[in-house]
Design a protein. Structure first.
Length: 156
């Protein structure tokens, strides 16, 4: 296993604050945190396109998947057995998961700053539709990827 940040002990709240600072530095117009109980499960933000359009994005924290990574790290002796127990396993999952998300956001926004890509291009799967409470990826996945694979319409 080569999961980044597996040994991090930086609190999720500090990491989320760092994510907000990165997003603000790269021009985010609004930032919102989502919680399930006391656990932060997502961050939403708006970026402005070159033409002035505000586009909403939602990046989820998939706690269950992160918890499985922590379990695997314990099984592989990368982490001590104490992380098998709750709430330590969930807390460690949040620490690791949010650090990975922070690093990913920073890398993606750096590509945008280099004019390598546009925000829409990089964050496309995470464009968020507030009406349906779904990301673009979730919509495409729900359509069994037919939405993304439709043949082009021929002109008449």
């Amino acid at each position: 296993m080569a999961v980044k940040n597996i040994t991090s002990n930086i609190a999720p709240e500090k990491t989320i604050m760092e994510i907000e600072q990165i997003l603000a530095r790269f021009g985010a117009k609004a930032i919102l945190k989502q919680y399930e109980g006391r656990y932060p499960i997502g961050i939403c933000f708006q970026l402005e396109t070159e033409k002035g359009q505000l586009v909403p994005f939602k990046l989820p924290m998939k706690i269950e998947q992160a918890r499985m990574i922590i379990q695997r790290a314990v099984d592989e002796r990368k982490l001590t057995k104490k992380f098998r127990q709750e709430p330590l396993r969930t807390e460690k999952a949040l620490i690791v998961g949010w650090r990975i998300i922070k690093d990913w956001i920073h890398a993606q926004l750096s590509l945008i700053e280099m004019n390598y890509a546009q925000a829409i291009e990089i964050f496309l799967p995470y464009i968020y539709d507030n009406r349906t409470s779904q990301t673009f990826f979730e919509k495409v996945e729900q359509s069994k990827f037919l939405l993304a694979l439709e043949p082009p319409v021929k002109a008449r």
